[in-house]
Design a protein around this ligand. Structure first.
Ligand code: GNR
Ligand code: NI
Length: 164
């Protein structure tokens, strides 16, 4: 197992669109294990491979209190969306910044597991937020991109001030 370095904005590599996974092999298994270790250590409730500079469509997640519900989503695709919810989001790639983001309230996501088996999951609440947040990363999008230009500017100003 290994801790991976998490990219932070404004790193341009966070804007990379990740490639579909086609090889369900030992390297993929090891990547998910390293991503879990990195996510739990951060700590965070989700991590997209993009954030650790691996541009493949791989997401790990655990929204449980006790870190005992690990979930892996390979090649996730949202097939249904319903309603709207607003959630105060944070991101390991945007440290210390929190902002309300509007997203679908309920989603159905189709994905593969590390063996390549296909599954579908219907989720709402935080799980739905997290799946949408992580799929955004795979498409080179961070939550700040959902904010108004003014709110994004304020968040970036705060981030720059914190870095000094
Ligand atoms: O740890 C995280 N918490 C979180 C809180 C609200 C909405 C989304 C998230 S995901 C984030 C980890 C992360 O940056 N994943 O990409
Ligand atoms: Ni994030």
């Amino acid at each position: 197992m290994a801790l991976l370095e998490i990219l932070t904005i404004p790193d341009p590599k966070l804007k990379t669109k990740a490639e579909k996974v086609t090889q369900f092999d030992a390297d993929l298994q090891r990547l998910t294990e390293d991503m879990f270790e990195t996510m739990y250590a951060a700590p965070g409730i989700g991590l997209a491979a993009t954030q650790v500079d691996v541009h493949k469509r791989v997401v790990v997640m655990d929204i449980s209190e006790n870190n005992d519900e690990p979930r892996v989503f390979i090649n996730p695709v949202i097939t249904e969306k319903d309603g709207i919810q607003t959630y105060e989001e944070g991101c390991l790639s945007v440290p210390g910044i929190y902002a309300k983001v509007k997203r679908a309230n309920q989603i159905t996501v189709s994905f593969q597991d590390v063996q390549g088996e296909t599954h579908a999951l219907t989720a709402d609440g935080l799980l739905a937020v997290c799946v949408q947040h992580e799929i955004d990363h795979l498409n080179g999008i961070v939550f700040l991109d959902h904010l108004s230009a003014l709110k994004r500017k304020m968040a970036l100003k705060k981030l720059a001030a914190a870095a000094n």
